[in-house]
Design a protein around this ligand. Structure first.
Ligand SMILES: NC(=O)c1ccc[n+]([C@@H]2O[C@H](COP(=O)([O-])OP(=O)(O)OC[C@H]3O[C@@H](n4cnc5c(N)ncnc54)[C@H](O)[C@@H]3O)[C@@H](O)[C@H]2O)c1
Length: 410
């Protein structure tokens, strides 16, 4: 596995296009790697080793009663003080989800006014609860298939379930969310003259016949398969987006996101990264579908957030692939996860008695064999490229899931 940068990364973000999105990694980490205390009899131990901060939350899990006590500390992390002319009113739909919550953290730390709109179908209030009560933050429970009125300058439209078990759970609702949700948010952008960014997906390329995939490839999608509710939903959402641009002059941005992983990913969403890490942490067999020769590329969530913010604030209005081009087989990936979990367990003083096995099961239907982004456009028009190696990202995610496991949440 190639790595973009091996030394530890101190800051994320860019200062470009008049929007400074630079933030310290340690500040971001303290929002998802919070101290977790486990009470076992009279012994109380900080199992994550995360240092206590004067802001953020803590929790204590009591093994005897299987109860968890949350402590909210009444100070928020420091946010930038922006002059009115620079402070934007930003709506993030799906802001309580995995990607959305990281975007919200970044926008809040940068000093903007952020409204999260979410129906909590796959997202959770806990992902952004550390901002509740902050004067720059608002959380609204709302379903995007219904119209929503608010005055905003920018809309990041993420609301849509993203993992196959969730988007297939109610396929018709997924299509409604993609179509009607996007229609409603574009209508809002038209009325308020807000800039609109939609998080589309590499799934618009289907099971591609071209590798790597460039933005001008039209895709190879099965319009009646089990993934179609998501793939075709996103394709029509893109069509609507460019319809509003051509007809109504709405200022639009389209990000085609490739597989992304990181802390706060729903542990039960059936995505390969979360499955592997949880199986390995629990000492269970790791399941590879098919022979494991199918390839994937994975990007770490902080890189994606960098890309989304650059795209929103730059001039590129064509679709832009945002993904990590490092391609490797699912089997290689499973082996890397196993090695990193073993390292973290050893560092934390609880190594597993024996190595977990990697086992194989049948491939689900319509599972693409290869998917890898061509990110030339992101590099040329946004000056963006991933800086996190997959291994660095997996280690962060293993620490996060290990703390969830310790407090009985997995
Ligand atoms: N994570 C990835 O690898 C990936 C890849 C490609 C595209 N994307 C896109 O990025 C966006 C975010 O994905 P994620 O991984 O954070 O998924 P997620 O499921 O964690 O987040 C989606 C959020 O949208 C909310 N939501 C769903 N339907 C809604 C509705 N009808 N009304 C209001 N809120 C609703 C959910 O509750 C959740 O908080 C999605 O649009 C997804 O298609 C993600």
């Amino acid at each position: 596995m190639a790595s973009q940068k091996n030394e530890s990364i101190k800051t994320v973000g860019h200062n470009k296009f008049g929007f400074d999105s630079t933030v310290d990694v340690e500040t971001l980490r303290s929002l998802y790697l919070t101290p977790v205390f486990v009470k076992d009899g009279s012994k109380v131990e900080n199992v994550t080793g995360a240092p206590a901060k004067e802001y953020g939350s803590e929790s204590t899990y009591d093994k005897a009663t299987n109860a968890i006590q949350y402590t909210t500390i009444a100070k928020f992390p420091p946010v930038k003080l922006l002059p009115n002319s620079e402070r934007k009113r930003i709506l993030v739909t799906g802001g309580a989800g995995f990607v959305g919550s990281h975007l919200v953290d970044r926008l809040m730390l940068l000093g903007h006014e952020v409204t999260v709109l979410d129906n909590f179908f796959t997202g959770s209030r806990t992902t952004v609860s550390h901002w509740v009560g902050h004067p720059n933050f608002e959380m609204v429970r709302h379903d995007v298939v219904e119209p929503f009125l608010i005055e905003v300058d920018q809309i990041y439209h993420l609301a849509c379930p993203a993992s196959p078990p969730h988007y297939q759970y109610n396929a018709v609702k997924t299509i409604k969310t993609s179509f009607m949700g996007t229609l409603n948010m574009l209508g809002l952008a038209k009325r308020t003259k807000a800039r609109f960014l939609i998080t589309s997906t590499s799934e618009v390329y289907g099971d591609p016949e071209e590798h790597p995939q460039r933005e001008d490839y039209w895709g190879h999608v099965n319009c009646i398969g089990i993934r179609a509710c998501y793939d075709e939903g996103k394709r029509v959402a893109e069509t609507l987006t460019y319809g509003y641009q051509r007809q109504d002059g709405v200022d639009v941005r389209v990000a085609r996101i490739f597989n992304t992983f990181g802390p706060r990913m729903n542990p039960y969403d059936g995505r390969v990264v979360s499955n592997f890490i949880i199986q390995a942490l629990k000492g269970e067999d790791m399941t590879v579908y098919g022979d494991g020769s199918q390839t994937r590329s994975f990007q770490y969530v902080h890189d994606l957030v960098d890309g989304l913010i650059l795209l929103m604030n730059g001039d590129e209005t064509r679709p832009v692939n945002v993904g990590n081009g490092d391609e490797f087989t699912i089997l290689e990936f499973a082996e890397a996860v196993r090695d990193i979990v073993e390292k973290v367990q050893k560092d934390q003083g609880n190594p597993l008695a024996k190595r977990v096995n990697i086992i194989h099961k049948d491939l689900p239907s319509d599972d693409p064999q290869r998917r890898r982004p061509d990110t030339t456009r992101a590099k040329e028009s946004l000056g963006w490229q991933p800086q996190w190696s997959v291994k660095q990202g997996i280690e962060e995610m293993v620490l996060y899931y290990a703390s969830k496991l310790a407090k009985g949440e997995i």
